[in-house]
Design a protein around this ligand. Structure first.
Ligand SMILES: [Zn+2]
Length: 340
């Protein structure tokens, strides 16, 4: 992609409109104080944000015809090595539910300490929906007293969970799921993935290229996912209650007291398989997520009645509400498996 004579190397796939628009901000030097990137996890928000930031601080940025970023100046070498001093990143800490005011204070302090420098400073805040009220207020104060050499980039999966006061002071960019065809081509051409695996990964990631890449780079993770999907489909297809509970035991052996990542992943997988069955019953086989399971899915879709399928969707909706209301996940999944 080319912006005003600069060839862009932002290693993104899809979401061209956002990339073009953001690069145009750089070209026109009309930068916002704060950018809010909205879109599902693994869609490439951080990849684009980091490349924007690298281009912003590239020392050769204003030279005509130079690649963006140039990859040759000292700033580019530092950003590539992850040692550029004026980039900051905040995320939810492990085992914490919120981003605390201390995290934001520390960030603002670092920014104010190095503000003597001539450089841009970029602060990336991931999972902005987890900002505590006091953390959001502290950040807001900074946005109300803008410093043109400081750029904030916030990321979230949903606009409604970010305080309106912050959103209204930010330039908002929305990232949308990327088409499976585009991800397939990207995997084959840029990552050298074989065609069959590329097809499976492009379908399974539901428009999130970074998930496809993670599965490619960590084959064990993808194998575990495939095995879990296979057992869950067996559960859905089985007529026998004891068989279904046995399958559940296999894929959900633990009993956490509240729903965490494992529980939501299981729920998502269940929904994904139900959606695949619905698509096949509607004659839309090419659109299914679990392409690697297509033969079994087709066989199951033939067996399962419309009423069965409707019940599964209704139960999944109820299960989601129960999990959100902190009902014991074990009970919720037991009910789902029992089909009542
Ligand atoms: Zn450079």
């Amino acid at each position: 992609m080319e912006i005003q004579g600069h060839q862009l190397h932002w290693s993104h796939v899809g979401n061209e409109r956002v990339v073009r628009c953001w690069a145009a901000h750089l070209a026109s030097r009309q930068l916002a104080q704060s950018y809010l990137l909205i879109g599902p996890n693994d869609i490439g928000k951080a990849t684009v944000a980091k490349n924007f930031a690298r281009t912003l601080v590239c020392q050769r940025r204003d030279q005509p015809g130079v690649d963006w970023p140039c990859e040759q100046c000292s700033a580019c070498r530092q950003t590539a090595a992850g040692i550029y001093p004026d980039f900051y990143e905040i995320d939810l800490l492990p085992d914490k539910k919120m981003i605390s005011i201390e995290q934001i204070r520390q960030l603002l302090e670092k920014i104010s300490l190095s503000s003597f420098a001539d450089n841009y400073q970029v602060a990336i805040i991931r999972r902005a929906e987890a900002l505590s009220d006091s953390a959001a207020n502290a950040l807001l104060k900074s946005l109300e007293e803008p410093n043109p050499s400081v750029i904030f980039i916030l990321m979230t999966d949903s606009l409604s969970s970010v305080p309106g006061t912050i959103a209204s002071r930010s330039q908002i960019f929305r990232f949308y799921p990327v088409s499976a065809d585009l991800i397939y081509d990207y995997l084959v051409n840029e990552w050298g993935v074989n065609r069959e695996l590329a097809k499976n990964l492009a379908q399974v990631c539901l428009g999130r290229p970074n998930l496809a890449i993670r599965f490619f780079e960590q084959p064990d993770l993808f194998t575990a996912y495939c095995q879990m999907a296979e057992v869950l489909l067996k559960l859905i297809a089985s007529q026998s209650l004891s068989e279904r509970l046995l399958s559940l035991q296999q894929i959900y052996p633990k009993a956490n007291s509240t729903a965490g990542m494992a529980e939501w992943q299981l729920w998502q997988l269940w929904l994904g398989l139900a959606r695949d069955l619905l698509l096949i019953k509607q004659g839309q086989l090419p659109l299914i997520q679990h392409w690697f399971l297509r033969e079994r899915l087709v066989a199951t879709a033939e067996q399962i009645t419309w009423l069965n399928l409707l019940t599964i969707f209704t139960n999944l909706g109820a299960a989601r509400q129960y999990l959100l209301a902190n009902v014991q996940p074990n009970l919720v999944f037991h009910n789902l498996a029992a089909g009542n």
